[in-house]
Design a protein around this ligand. Structure first.
Ligand code: SF4
Length: 268
């Protein structure tokens, strides 16, 4: 007789839900995450589409916080695509050095900027089809730029987003384009950009790759993967990489305690 763990039983229960129930549960999780992270936003600092595009390229293999430390110098020294394309390579490498892979990143920024000048008159295009023709720009980067600099709804499938939607049981897909389409079908288009922000915030702060803080998670009751991480509320709370909301003086309300694995899933 096969051994069924509480976590496996929980997953099986969620796997049997209808498409309508899945959509309702997904939207419920989204609402709960909006309450937890009402200030979720793109964590890269930028003022123009060009700045966001370049910052997104620089964010590979490093943190947004690190990128934000170099971009003020980068954009004050070379404020336009023309200037970035014609920069002194060694000078730019010195500015980008703290972000790691600085030679490759300098190369990417200069090539990308040259293509923007040559093919788009120095202005970042506002269409996905054009953005993905730029060197080094894939759908993830293009959607970040569209959603945050052009107000065109976009789903950003980064490492956090992909991990969370699979933990939530929203999709089994691993290919980013398939993930984007599967999740896009669960939500109205107007929600796509903020959905991306709150999932990325949740992945960075609570639902970590190695040790998710399940016992301090605001969506535990709707998550098939509850129990994959620490379920003890006190221990889980210590795992939170929580920053204060901008301007807030206290941490958000204490998160809910753990749920027993045999508790029936709430009807979505
Ligand atoms: S219950 Fe655990 S696995 Fe599910 S979203 Fe929360 S932290 Fe992640």
């Amino acid at each position: 007789m096969p051994v069924t763990t509480p976590t496996a039983a929980r997953r099986a229960r969620f796997a049997a839900e209808s498409p309508v129930a899945l959509t309702r549960r997904a939207r419920r999780i989204h609402r709960a995450l909006l309450e937890r992270y009402p200030y979720a936003h793109c964590e890269l600092d930028f003022e123009t589409p060009l700045q966001l595009l370049v910052a997104t390229v620089l964010s590979a293999q490093t943190t947004d916080v690190m990128v934000n430390t170099v971009t003020p110098t980068l954009f004050s020294r070379w404020p336009t695509a023309e200037a970035l394309a014609g920069a002194d390579r060694e000078e730019m490498e010195a500015v980008l050095r703290p972000t790691g892979f600085f030679r490759a990143k300098t190369n990417s920024v200069m090539k990308l900027s040259a293509a923007i000048v040559e093919r788009f008159g120095g202005e970042v295009p506002g269409r996905l089809a054009d953005l993905v023709t730029l060197p080094g720009v894939g759908r993830k980067t293009a959607n970040v730029v569209l959603g945050n600099a052009f107000d065109v709804p976009g789903i950003t499938v980064d490492t956090h987003f992909g991990r969370l939607v699979r933990r939530f049981g929203w999709t089994d897909e691993t290919d980013p384009v398939k993930v984007e389409h599967a999740i896009g079908a669960l939500f109205p288009k107007r929600d796509w950009t903020m959905l991306s922000h709150v999932l990325i915030f949740h992945g960075r702060r609570t639902c970590h790759a190695r040790k998710p803080a399940c016992g301090a998670c605001p969506v535990a009751q709707w998550c098939p993967s509850y129990g994959e991480g620490e379920t003890d509320p006190v221990k889980a709370r210590k795992l939170l990489a929580f920053e204060l909301a901008p301007g807030a003086l206290v941490l958000p309300d204490p998160p809910p305690g753990p749920l027993p694995d045999d508790r029936p899933a709430e009807t979505p």
